[in-house]
Design a binder for this molecule. Structure first.
Ligand SMILES: *[C@@H]1O[C@H](CO)[C@@H](O)[C@H](O)[C@H]1NC(C)=O
Ligand SMILES: *[C@@H]1O[C@H](CO)[C@@H](O)[C@H](O)[C@H]1NC(C)=O
Ligand SMILES: *[C@@H]1O[C@H](CO)[C@@H](O)[C@H](O)[C@H]1NC(C)=O
Ligand SMILES: *[C@@H]1O[C@H](CO)[C@@H](O)[C@H](O)[C@H]1NC(C)=O
Ligand SMILES: *[C@@H]1O[C@H](CO)[C@@H](O)[C@H](O)[C@H]1NC(C)=O
Ligand SMILES: *[C@@H]1O[C@H](CO)[C@@H](O)[C@H](O)[C@H]1NC(C)=O
Ligand SMILES: *[C@@H]1O[C@H](CO)[C@@H](O)[C@H](O)[C@H]1NC(C)=O
Length: 385
């Protein structure tokens, strides 16, 4: 009798502690509006803790963390941990109405995030309507304590979040999209860590300037937080070594530019090995859409500035970026990703294929002769087979 009471109590305590996770690192996310000025005008945007991009979370592989989300905004919202597998824990994973109800204005929700095999860079974002346009941030997953990166330890690590800015209220953009279909109004700028860069109006003073020291190695943890576009990214006159994507390490390879699909993360090493100068870091869209207005072909920039006494080029050295429709460049990059697949970082994919499935995915409109009122493609539908 005594033993089973003990067992019961122990079991209860285990469940209690496991569920409430007393020892887990805790974070507080307050979803609220904050004023931001970009492209010569100001508006309120939805943020986490007033920050845009939102706070970066740092964990170690295998950690469990708890995030208390307080919704002080005006819309239902959820927060999703993009790429975190969350085994047997879908209850606070984010996608609204799939694994949880949205958090209503004024409400609070405790989310537990269980990291398992992920190691590298991921991100978190709102998973309700298009609120993720401004409600997002990086998730950095270090190796377990006592283990190391499978590449030489970089001297400095920098999260780089590629985002997007609309002059219009993002909720209005979303409601129009819901009513009329199409791809929605194109954003007015792409952003590097929240800034459009000095090629955009009223943006020069706040352009991101990254001071680097010659001979040091920088790990850029790059997140494509843009809603629906792929993006090319480069640093003038530098070759980067690609070492990870979506929280998996890769067989390293060198590139003068990279290409990220929406939602993808790519980790690269940049050795500051060029002559001291100012170099543009730049990003521009990759899209298969060809209609004018359905993409923005301008270039967003930041500036990599070497330390030292010298007279920098003015303007900074400008890089080569592929054209917006350079599918070969995009596919070449994606097709070059190879997992480490070694003893320390094994992969488990089925090697024997029994059935081949053939899918055709396309986009169309039920309206003839532009008779629908929608933006860009009129009302559009997606088709599978
Ligand atoms: C907000 O979420 C609740 C459920 O959590 C739902 O009942 C309500 O309809 C949602 N409101 C909107 C505007 O979507
Ligand atoms: C950058 O690369 C270009 C083309 O290779 C070269 O002409 C230029 O001198 C380089 N600039 C610097 C500052 O190294
Ligand atoms: C890749 O670039 C790094 C640093 O720029 C260099 O040390 C390395 O030799 C390059 N690797 C290859 C295969 O070219
Ligand atoms: C692209 O961005 C620029 C700068 O903000 C803006 O002037 C232009 O209208 C945008 N183009 C499209 C097609 O939206
Ligand atoms: C961007 O598009 C405009 C109009 O569609 C075109 O005039 C301009 O040359 C393009 N710019 C670049 C850098 O491709
Ligand atoms: C990508 O392009 C490089 C350089 O042009 C080429 O050597 C490589 O074979 C290409 N890789 C793929 C996967 O197409
Ligand atoms: C669509 O336009 C074509 C040519 O302009 C015309 O021949 C056809 O009758 C139109 N169809 C409808 C459904 O209006």
């Amino acid at each position: 009798m005594k033993v089973s009471t003990y067992k019961l109590l122990a079991g209860f305590l285990f469940v209690f502690f496991f569920y409430h996770c007393q020892a887990c690192p805790r974070y507080k996310f307050v979803v609220k509006e904050a004023p931001y000025t970009r492209l010569c005008s100001s508006k309120n945007i939805l943020t986490v803790n007033g920050q845009f991009p939102g706070p970066t979370l740092y964990v170690n592989k295998g950690d469990t963390i708890v995030v208390d989300v307080y919704n002080r905004g005006n819309y239902n919202i959820t927060i999703h941990w993009h790429g975190v597998k969350q085994p047997r824990n879908p209850w606070s994973d984010g996608p609204e109405y799939i694994t949880q109800c949205p958090i209503q204005p004024g409400a609070k929700f405790r989310q537990k995030i269980i990291f398992t095999t992920e190691e590298g860079t991921l991100w978190w974002h709102a998973h309700s309507t298009w609120l993720r346009a401004t409600v997002h941030g990086a998730l950095i997953i270090y190796p377990k304590m006592g283990t190391r990166y499978p590449f030489p330890k970089p001297d400095v690590e920098i999260p780089i979040i590629l985002g997007e800015w609309w002059q219009e209220d993002i909720m209005q953009v979303y409601l129009d999209l819901e009513r009329y279909g199409g791809l929605g109004v194109t954003s007015d700028a792409y952003l590097i860590n929240g800034q459009p860069g000095d090629l955009y109006p009223c943006s020069k003073p706040e352009t991101l300037r990254l001071k680097v020291k010659r001979s040091l190695t920088y790990l850029f943890r790059i997140v494509n937080a843009i809603l629906i576009d792929g993006i090319f990214f480069t640093v003038a006159n530098h070759t980067v070594t690609v070492i990870g994507s979506d929280a998996s390490y890769l067989k390293p390879f060198n590139r003068t530019f990279i290409c990220l699909t929406p939602g993808q993360t790519v980790d690269v090493l940049l050795e500051a090995n060029q002559s001291p100068n100012h170099y543009y870091m730049a990003a521009s869209v990759y899209t298969t859409a060809t209609l004018p207005g359905s993409y923005n072909n301008s270039t967003t920039t930041a500036i990599v500035e070497y330390n030292g006494n010298y007279t920098p080029s003015s303007p900074p050295v400008f890089p080569y970026l592929p054209e917006y429709h350079d599918t070969e460049a995009s596919v070449n990059f994606t097709a070059s990703l190879r997992s480490l697949a070694d003893k320390e970082y094994p992969i488990d994919v089925p090697m024997e294929i029994n059935t081949h499935l053939f899918y055709t995915i396309s986009l169309g409109s039920p309206c003839k002769n532009n008779s629908c009122p929608g933006i860009i493609f009129e009302v559009c539908l997606f088709f599978i087979n």
